[in-house]
Every structure is written in C-alpha cells, then in structure tokens.
Design a protein around this ligand. Structure first.
Ligand code: GSH
Length: 226
C-alpha cells in the first residue's frame, strides 16, 4: 500500500494520476500547502525539500520518496507500466520527463508567480516567463506532430507534462495555433484515470480560486515572497 501526501496542484496530480493509471492502491493524505503544513517537522522528515508530493511505500520498509520525477520512475519500475522496457524507449521517456521537471514545471511555476501571485507586477519578469512558456509549448507541439503521445506510446512523460500544461491559462501564456498540443491535451483529458487523478485530494475550481485570491491572497503571498 502506498501513502500519498499531496495537495491539489500540478505536481501532486502527476503522482495521483500515475497511481490511478497503474491501478496501485493508495491512501491520500491532504497536506494543505496554503497553511504551511509542508514545512512542519513531520513532513520535512519525509521530504527534506518541504514540498508536496511525497509517497511512502508501506510494502518496502516505509520507503519515503520525494521529487515527482523520482516518484514516477519508482512507480513505473514497481508496476512495470507507463515506461518502455527497452533502453532506447526508456531513455526517450526519461528525456521528456526531464523536459517537464527542468523546463515546463519551473518555468510555468515562475509564470504563475509573476503573472498571478507576486504582489508587485514586474512587466519584464512577466514577459520573460510568458516567452519561455510559449517556447516550451511550441517544443511540445512540434514533438506531437504526427504523434498521439510524446514518445509514441502513452507514458509517464505525457502525464508529467499534461498536469502542468492543462493549466496554461493560469500563468497567462496562450496556446493559440498549437493544434497538436491542444489535440493531445484533449486526449489526456478524456482518460478516466486522468480525471480521477486531478480530483485528488479535491477538485480545483479555478474561477473560484481566482475569486478567493481577490478577497484574500495572504497565504499564496507568503509562499511566493519568502
Ligand atoms: N521539484 C518538485 C517540486 C515540488 C513543488 O514545488 N511542490 C509545490 C506544489 S506544486 C509545493 O509544495 N509548494 C509549497 C511551497 O512552495 O512551500 C517535485 O517535482 O516534486
């Protein structure tokens, strides 16, 4: 049995979707990052980085794993799913996973910060991250030319990238004209496991979140200005 410590964010969804896709039983524990639960001592013992998500594998000496890339690779190995078995196929999927870990995730994260959360609006910073996100979306769009999934067959690389790209609107970068990317997003959106995974630990209503932030953004402010 896997214990999943998570919140309703792109990095959290990557793991809940993966668990749903491979059909591995898990128990969800909600770590409310707005209230700072991820910085509490018990959590930092599991995740030295103080960020969600983390899994604990109760069937493997309570092994705790942080960093979503590492978690996804562990679950792929444990289940024998969502990762090709041959060296070339495996390397291909790892490359697109790393593209998400090192590019899509950090750049979209900063775009969210400077476009939406940061108290001061700094146009040069906003432009910088919009341009970089657009460039990365174009890379994905080109990779998807003539393909249904990033590495031909559906894999953990699709899950990792989709969890972020599906909320492109939140960071304010458009995906106009990126038709391969849009068709791929629809393909993932239609998967029952993706739908179940994005509802963990609860469904996010972005319109409501925007309204809530207008009323009180002190929680997110303290996260992005520390
Ligand atoms: N590279 C990490 C990133 C984890 C991460 O940034 N998690 C965010 C939520 S998406 C978080 O816990 N934020 C809370 C904070 O910054 O204190 C991973 O892939 O696991």
């Amino acid at each position: 049995m896997i214990d999943l410590y998570t919140d309703a964010t792109p990095n959290g969804w990557k793991v809940s979707i993966m668990l749903e896709e491979i059909g591995m039983p898990y128990t969800t524990h909600h770590v409310d990052i707005m209230s700072g639960a991820q910085k509490e001592e018990w959590f930092v013992k599991l995740c030295p980085n103080g960020r969600i998500p983390v899994i604990v594998d109760r069937d493997n000496d309570d092994l705790a794993i942080f960093e979503t890339g590492a978690i996804m690779l562990y679950l792929a190995k444990k289940s024998g799913q969502l990762m090709p078995l041959d060296d070339k196929g495996e390397s291909w999927v790892i490359q697109w996973l790393m593209f998400q870990m090192a590019g899509i995730g950090p750049m979209m994260g900063q775009s969210n910060v400077f476009y939406r959360y940061f108290p001061e609006k700094i146009p040069a910073a906003i432009d910088r991250y919009h341009n970089e996100c657009r460039r990365l979306y174009e890379v994905l769009d080109r990779q998807l030319e003539g393909r249904d999934y990033l590495c031909d067959d559906y894999s953990l690389a699709d899950i990792a990238n989709w969890c972020w790209v599906r909320i492109y609107f939140w960071g304010g970068t458009n995906i106009d004209g990126l038709d391969n990317l849009k068709a791929w997003m629809d393909r993932l959106e239609a998967r029952p496991a993706c739908q179940r995974g994005i509802a963990v630990p609860h469904v996010v209503d972005f319109a409501q979140m925007e309204a809530d932030l207008e009323k009180d953004d002190s929680g997110i402010r303290s996260l992005v200005t520390k």
